[in-house]
Design a protein around this ligand. Sequence first.
Ligand SMILES: [Zn+2]
Ligand SMILES: [Zn+2]
Length: 368
Amino acid sequence: MKRPRPTPSNEDNRLVQKKERIKKTHTPVITIRDEDLCANTQALTAVRQVTSATNSKITLAAKQIFIAPSSIEARRDILKKIEELNPARVIAPKPMGERNMMTKIVIKNETFGETVEAIAEEINRCIGITPLRVKPIGKSGRLHLLLFENKYTVRHILHAFDTSQRTIFCAKKNKAQPYMENLAHINQCKNCYAFDHTKHSCYGTKKDPTMITVTATGATITVCSNCKHEGHGANQVNCPAFQKQLAIRERVLLDRQAKSKERSEAARVRKETTFAQALRSNKEFPQLGASSTSITTDEELGPTPPLPPRQTALTASTDQPNMDILLAILQRMDSVVAEVNNMRTEMNSLKTELLIIKRAKTATTVNG
Ligand SMILES: [Zn+2]
Ligand SMILES: [Zn+2]
């Protein structure tokens, strides 16, 4: 049976409010990568003048300059100053307030060559909200990416599709889904061909995928600007730098897959085991979410040290794993029994007292 989709709640409205709050304060760090600039004291002073005027933090480490702008206006001033110095690489992700974030939904529907405007109109007739943009995706011609205004959450839109009495172009059912990012996709800056950012946050000088160098023998050759090898450009798949990124991504995805499998297996075992079975069994039960979900893409981190064994109620001591918990249960039961005994004695004494009073009363009525 298909699980019904959750309906939009107050939580969604709170999420929208939180987004608005973040929009006002979000100013990501600017990174400048230029060895010559780091050694140039004059240029550094010029940058520092702007940062101190705007009360922004500046750090110099590992031949890179990191600037944390104090506000969106400060970020603009700093970037203007940096542009004058013309460094090799400047990475400055856009603050949330300047980003054009839209709610993305994918719809699978048979269309017959309608224009995107006609599809947008039909969607408005169906759910009462007009998408800002409709973009055909994939090769089948049936998938369309719908971009909605930021104020609607994904859940709002999906709920509207689910509860709508109308379907799009008389299809049997509305098939709307949240947009999923392609995890295998590798981002490469189209401006400087680096892999750690996109062209939207790149403020460095534009590079060509190939460059001309002079070899030791004096001949001029054309090499890739990323790996400095002959025969390809930095924007081609056969570049070793790209292949390295591909290998890292593949490893991360496989790792993530293995961890999610482990978690679902742990959930299954825990669901199917009764408390009595857990007590009787000597083996350790898999922990839900035992594996950390943080993923690092940095290849240079090296192997992680082995984690110390986890201590749980069932595995407090490895020799007799269930003794401690049994002892704790027995002690608890002991105290419960003692309490019940106390109550019984008190009730007995109350009963005797009541009986005495009753007898005394009957005696007085007989005598009177
Ligand atoms: Zn770039
Ligand atoms: Zn290359």
